[in-house]
Design a protein around this ligand. Structure first.
Ligand SMILES: [Fe+2]
Length: 333
């Protein structure tokens, strides 16, 4: 087992995880769910794409929903870099690493570099988007879960050593990690923006995206989001929570959108930014720390995730999958 080592002088400067592109079957159904239950703002709706953002966000979009038939998939996960120069440096990095990459035109984004990590995760990097109005203080427009801003995403990947090496090499810093009794890496939490994670990487069949996560106002708003979901007939979309995480410590609720994509609303992350902040090591068998309130998730939360469009899945070489480990341990306790 190799614990990833931070690289404080990466080849290019990533600032944060910033957006996702998902396919959906029915834009009307998606717009109703995301605006009324989760409280997103619609920036634009064009022929086949709905562009959404959180109330706090001034970027054009942090979630783009593309109408498409077939199994719902994730087209891309977006990362922001600081300057245009960083995009060119990123291009040079991916070329040198022998990883797929190409500059492409993407509506409502600046120059965009699409690339893959070594496990096939579909990424895209941009430095700018058109700026739009920040709705943060327009409290009369707040609905449902009052989604504020894109904070992080979670992926399932079948090789955490390779993932850790790649993501720390491009500048992500390890904040927390999980190691099992056999000294196998089971989870990595890495960040660029100074809170516990921009990317949560779990050991599992992949690459798949487990969820995107948005901050909300406070714990009362988490409850309100559940109530609004229930009163509008979306009660079954509330998949897990309200509850508190072990790693990251956040209070959270997970929702499933009409196509099954998972969105987390949460608050209460902590600051981890200074160079002396050592990564926290977790033991996945310690259910009292991992599940502080003692409540396991539904089976679907452990087992279901969204595949990337056109990307083949790889099984984990070692069982059990960590996303099921917590459940098995809970049932045995
Ligand atoms: Fe999360």
């Amino acid at each position: 087992m190799r614990v990833p080592v931070n690289n404080y002088n990466p080849d290019f400067n990533i600032t944060r995880a910033s957006h996702a592109v998902w396919s959906v079957k029915d834009l009307d159904a998606s717009e109703a769910f995301y605006t009324q239950v989760l409280g997103f703002v619609v920036t634009a709706r064009e022929a086949d794409t709905l562009y959404l953002r959180g109330l706090e966000e001034t970027c054009h979009h942090s979630l783009a929903l593309v109408k498409r038939d077939g199994a719902p998939t994730c087209d891309r996960i977006g990362l922001r870099v600081y300057t245009e120069d960083d995009l060119d440096k990123a291009r040079a990095y991916f070329l040198k690493a022998g990883l797929p990459n190409a500059f492409v035109e993407v509506p409502h984004q600046g120059r965009t570099l699409q690339a893959s990590d070594p496990l096939g995760t579909a990424l895209e990097f941009c430095a700018t988007m058109p700026a739009v109005e920040r709705k943060l203080t327009q409290f009369h427009t707040y609905l449902g879960g009052c989604a504020q801003r894109f904070d992080h995403y979670q992926v399932l990947l079948p090789d955490l050593e390779a993932a850790g090496e790649f993501y720390t090499d491009i500048g992500f810093r390890l904040s927390e990690y999980m190691v099992d009794a056999t000294e196998k890496l089971m989870a990595l939490f890495v960040q660029r923006k100074g809170n516990p994670h921009d990317i949560a990487i779990m050991y599992g069949r992949g690459p798949r995206i487990h969820h995107v996560a948005y901050t909300t106002v406070d714990v009362h708003t988490l409850i309100r989001a559940c109530d609004v979901a229930g009163s509008l007939g979306y009660g079954r979309s509330v998949e897990r929570g309200p509850q508190r995480h072990g790693p990251g410590h956040a209070l959270f609720v997970y929702f499933r959108d009409p196509d099954g994509h998972r969105v987390e609303l949460f608050n209460t992350h902590y600051l981890t930014l200074d160079i002396e902040n050592a990564p926290a090591r977790w033991d996945p068998s310690n259910i009292h720390r991992n599940l502080p309130w003692g409540l396991p998730a539904q089976r679907s939360w452990y087992e279901e995730a969204t595949a990337f469009t056109g990307v083949d899945l790889r099984d984990t070489p070692v069982k059990p999958n960590p996303m099921t480990l917590e459940r098995y341990l809970f049932e045995r306790s």
